[in-house]
Design a binder for this molecule. Structure first.
Ligand SMILES: [Zn+2]
Length: 127
């Protein structure tokens, strides 16, 4: 059934575009593994190459090659976004600062991820 191929590529493409949208809104990529997306991209390129060779040598459907492009485009976009936003950090005025190094801490963090100092409760930057 050819329809399953279209459905699978469609779902994969939508999932990657949702990630693109989330990065676009949040501009924070420290929790996203760039290697996951590089491996995904490599896998999709291999599948696209296989689809092209099948088309050339075995009379396969060239449509499979173009359907792989539907996943390669958003995954390339995610890798590009991770590179663009690699130094961007989420900022919230209500967050406290580390007493050791002064960097911003999330409300539920007990230890500073940069210098390992224990957070001694709410000491706001604004006083
Ligand atoms: Zn610190």
């Amino acid at each position: 059934m050819l329809i399953f191929g279209y459905v699978a590529i469609g779902i994969l493409a939508i999932s990657h575009w949702l990630q693109v949208w989330k990065i676009h809104v949040h501009k924070e990529v420290r929790d996203i593994s760039v290697w996951t997306y590089i491996f995904l991209l490599t896998g999709y390129f291999v599948l696209a190459t296989k689809a092209f060779l099948d088309y050339q040598n075995a009379g396969g459907d060239i449509l499979w090659f173009f359907r792989q492009m539907a996943t390669i485009v958003p995954v390339s976009t995610v890798v590009f976004q991770i590179w663009i936003h690699r130094r961007d950090r989420w900022h919230d005025d209500r967050d406290t600062s580390c007493s050791g190094c002064g960097k911003e801490l999330e409300p539920n963090w007990q230890y500073c991820p940069w210098c390992s100092t224990k957070d001694d409760g709410p000491v706001s930057e604004e006083g």
